[in-house]
Design a protein around this ligand. Structure first.
Ligand code: P53
Length: 476
């Protein structure tokens, strides 16, 4: 007997801005992702002030899924996918974000895409906001600093829930909503459309924006359930468990606080309440946040149906010699390398057991079904003399993670809905804007400089994953 139920959601995951291209097609507006240049391992992506001619913006064309989706979906069916996770580009539906009426051409595109998927019995799994909010909401409203964003987001959610209520059952509200807890420039911009100003406290801005997003997410959950009670609406958290560097109890406490600080979004979205330590922290810091009693009721009533999460790597943390009582020193400054693990070319630690650990952690803490909606190995692929890519390293990474996922289900009794490896078709990296940081089983002929025919091809991992799905995870 197989570990997984026969309706287990084997699939693949992408996000609109990382593959669609067609950045101005069908009346689409400019999104956050459209003002981010290409970087690489050493060079961070630049966030430009509007579109500057002559700069390389990799998301403008991406892999032109917008123009290739029919052929691509056919290939996804051949791969054997049961589900396909993507996002709806907010800017196709509301190009500026603050219009009264949605853009019909954008709505039509997703109707056609979902029809195409359903034709092959591939279930769409849809993220409402995946690093791609309208840029206009950044320049005119200051992004999620502004309470008005709740209304704009809810309007967008309502329109797409209504329109696709008979085509889409699985939804998530905000992708990796907790990325911004690291307070780095990239995370604050892609999550919340925020560029921290000199007179601002990044931490306070993050908590305020995060609160508005939590309210918006909870409202979307309630509205979605009203529109179609069969909807399954999840949160989406970036999971990278933090381990203690030594046996010192202070390191254990530090690791615990790092987890709490990273997953407060989970507490709010899954339990419907703020954790005690965080309420005390807000008071101590005199943050004076705009959190109303009504907001707290909304959050309580809008908890999610499942936990969608990404898993790539784990982290290790060490307490400071002068660690303050609240253990809230900037957390990322205290990360150390894990000597027990190997790393990818981008320095991401490879830790399959960490996936099982994470599944147990989520399950214990929130007691909700889990959906692994991202996992994968970014690597440079090389073609052999026949143009074939032998990506054993990728199969090896995925196999080792699926093995741990099976143990979490079989031995630990975790409730797991599905598994969608990230970027199963090569696409633009979110972190670096590169094409050559590849996750795919399907190769796309395009490089970091933006050159290539966009032709699709199958890597060795294509046949391997097909067999994994066909055997319901038995044949790894
Ligand atoms: P890239 C950092 C840490 C964990 C997840 O990332 C992350 C990031 C972003 O770099 O993002 C997720 O493309 C995200 C996807 C992204 C994927 O992981 O930087 O949800 O949009 O592409 C992989 O290698």
């Amino acid at each position: 007997m197989s570990t997984f139920s026969k309706d287990f959601l084997w699939g693949g995951a992408v996000a609109a801005h990382q593959l669609e291209g067609g950045w101005q097609a069908g009346g689409k507006g400019v999104s956050l992702a459209d003002v981010m240049t290409a970087g690489d391992n050493e060079t961070p992506r630049e966030i430009t002030d509007g579109i500057i001619p002559g700069k390389n913006y990799p998301n403008h064309e991406a892999i032109d899924f917008y123009g290739h989706y029919k052929d691509d979906v056919k290939l996804f069916a051949e791969l054997g996918l049961k589900c396909f996770r993507t996002s709806i580009a907010w800017t196709r539906i509301f190009p500026n974000g603050d219009e009264d009426e949605p853009n019909e051409a954008g709505l039509k595109f997703y109707d056609d895409l979902f029809d195409e998927l359903l034709k092959y019995n591939i279930e769409p799994v849809i993220t409402l906001s995946h690093f791609e909010m309208p840029y206009h909401l950044v320049t005119e409203y200051g992004g999620w600093r502004n309470r008005k964003l709740i209304d704009f987001f809810v309007k967008f959610a309502k329109v797409v829930f209504k329109r696709y209520q008979n085509k889409v059952k699985y939804w998530m509200t905000f992708n990796e909503i907790n990325n911004q807890t690291g307070l780095n420039k990239w995370g604050l911009f892609t999550n919340s459309g925020i560029l921290v100003q000199p007179d601002e406290d990044a931490e306070k801005v993050m908590y305020q924006a995060g609160h508005y997003e939590a309210v918006a997410s909870a409202l979307a959950v309630q509205i979605g359930h009203q529109i179609n009670p069969k909807f399954q609406i999840g949160c989406m958290l970036a999971m990278g468990p933090t381990y203690a560097a030594t046996t010192s109890p202070k390191d254990a406490m530090k690791a615990e606080r790092a987890m709490q600080a990273n997953y407060w979004f989970g507490d709010v979205q899954c339990k419907g309440r703020y954790p005690g330590w965080l309420k005390r922290y807000f008071e101590r810091k005199n943050f004076d946040l705009d959190i109303t009693l009504e907001d707290l009721d909304v959050i309580k009533a809008g908890t999610v149906d499942y936990i969608g999460f990404s898993y790539y790597a784990s982290h290790v943390i060490k307490a400071d010699d002068n660690e303050p009582e609240d253990y809230m020193t900037p957390l990322h400054n205290h990360e150390v390398k894990n000597p027990a693990l190997e790393r990818s070319d981008w320095g991401w630690e490879i830790d399959p057991v960490g996936l099982r650990y994470s599944m147990n952690w989520f399950s214990d803490r929130y007691d909700l079904p889990l959906f692994i909606v991202e996992n994968g190995f970014g690597a440079f692929d090389k073609k052999d003399e026949n143009g074939q890519i032998h990506d054993d390293y990728r199969m090896d990474y995925l196999r080792r993670h699926i093995e741990q996922m099976k143990l979490a289900v079989d031995v630990d009794g975790v409730d797991l809905m599905g598994y969608t490896p990230w970027g199963f078709i090569d696409l633009v990296s979110a972190g670096t804007g590169q094409m050559d940081k590849r996750y795919g089983m399907i190769y796309v002929d395009k490089n970091d400089a933006g050159e290539g025919t966009l032709k699709r091809g199958k890597k060795d991992s294509f046949a391997w994953y097909h067999q994994v799905i066909e055997s319901n995870g038995e044949n790894l």
